[in-house]
Design a protein around this ligand. Structure first.
Ligand SMILES: [Zn+2]
Length: 405
């Protein structure tokens, strides 16, 4: 289904702009009018990370006149495998500033607006206000739901994307979309597709599970493709459609997503009528894990002390790393044994644990080990503990000679 163009054309293109965008101008569907619409468009990209990097560069190259960058993080070496808008010399710089400089180099005619702050309930509506369209490159569920709700309240369409290992998804969420005759098309929002966030700990982040770098380009370019279509009113944007991409099978599938009449946000009897507490809604860890970890979390400094006592023979315990084997290859806390979280979920791990020793567990950051701690405590290991901050804290505070990831 096609939609009327979202953005009115700018008054004119300069001679320099005509030269620059000539390969767009000679496509009949885009033409001078389409390019003027791009020039007049204001697009906000949330995150200058995996998806934001290619999205920002292509939006800029395409001639989108005003581009906002909402990003609070700094460039880390582990970003450069996929976040191609940043370079080696940008390590340690704010990502928003690094991205701005790359955009200026790609296209000096773009007006770049830097929002170097973490989006939250206090600022999200002000930041979104005035943009025609949003490209969401967020990597966590709490922000994703907040973006969806804020965009809905401000009636701004947004292009969503997500990536994990070899799999990507994308859609255009535009519940207020109208057809050429001004009639509502009953398009869904993100909550119509995913009414509830996944249980905490069930869906690993890219930091926990990894992502193929080039997958970001595949999904990020779909997002820009759809943004250009919505802005200029060409083609059939994936409103009410979910694109699913499998990089290993090299397969794209397109599924229909219907508006949910019972949607908490855009349904007939909406219960979400303002921004909510998204951290609580999505939960950092499950209730069971939080209960198990309360009073049973040690720091890496305490762990270092315990390991010293163990080496001196004055203490005995088993240190269990619940990460995956490929993570264990990258870095370890010395003296740990690897038993992946999956073995705790299927019960096979419990057979491997001694019944007469204290169990100390860790993972990358402390989320997975809190989940396995709940299982181990449930099996009767009442003095089991886990390490807050996991191997990330260990490398940062105790052993910086090991690589982080
Ligand atoms: Zn909805």
């Amino acid at each position: 289904m096609s939609f009327p163009a979202l953005v009115e054309p700018a008054a004119e293109l300069t001679i320099d702009e005509v030269r620059r965008y000539s390969r767009h101008l000679i496509i009949p569907d885009v033409g001078m009018t389409g390019q003027k619409r791009l020039k007049n468009a204001k697009v906000l990209v949330i995150g200058a990370g995996g998806l934001g990097s290619p999205a920002l560069l292509y939006l800029a190259a395409a001639g989108v006149g005003t581009i906002g960058i909402a990003e609070f993080d700094e460039v880390d070496e582990s970003n450069l495998q996929r976040q191609i808008i940043h370079g080696q010399s940008d390590i340690g710089r704010p990502k928003a500033e690094s991205a701005r400089d790359s955009i200026r180099e790609a296209n000096p005619y773009v007006d770049v607006v830097v929002h170097n702050e973490r989006l939250d309930n206090d600022n999200v509506l002000q930041v979104f206000e005035g943009y025609d369209l949003i490209v969401d490159g967020t990597d966590n569920f709490a922000t994703r739901y907040m973006v969806n709700d804020a965009a809905y309240f401000l009636k701004i369409p947004y292009v969503w994307g997500s990536i994990y290992r070899f799999d990507g998804q994308a859609s255009v969420f535009w519940p207020h979309a109208e057809d050429e005759n001004g009639q509502s098309v009953d398009a869904p929002c993100y909550r119509c597709l995913y009414p509830e966030p996944p249980p905490p700990g069930m869906v690993p982040s890219c930091a926990e599970g990894g992502v193929l770098g080039v997958l970001c380009a595949s999904i990020g370019s779909i997002q820009v493709n759809e943004a250009i279509k919505v802005i200029t009113g060409i083609g059939d944007p994936i409103v009410g459609k979910l694109m699913i991409y499998d990089a290993l099978e090299m397969e794209y599938r397109k599924l229909k997503v219907r508006k949910d009449p019972n949607c908490a946000l855009c349904g007939d009897n909406a219960t979400v009528t303002g921004l909510i507490d998204y951290e609580t809604f999505c939960g950092a860890i499950s209730d069971d894990a939080a209960e198990a970890a309360a009073g049973s979390t040690i720091s890496v400094v305490q762990l270092e002390h315990m390991l010293k006592e163990r080496s001196e023979g004055t203490r005995d315990f088993v240190l269990v790393d619940v990460r995956e084997p490929n993570e264990y290859e990258i870095n370890q806390i010395p003296g740990s044994v690897l038993i992946p979280k999956g073995d705790f979920l299927n019960g096979s791990a419990l057979e491997k644990l001694p019944s007469d020793k204290q169990i100390v567990m860790h993972c990358k950051t402390g989320v997975r080990s809190a989940e396995t701690l709940a299982i181990v405590k449930g099996a009767g290991y009442s003095d089991a503990v886990h390490v807050g901050g996991g191997v990330v804290a260990w490398v940062n505070q105790i052993d910086p000679s090991q690589p982080s990831y």
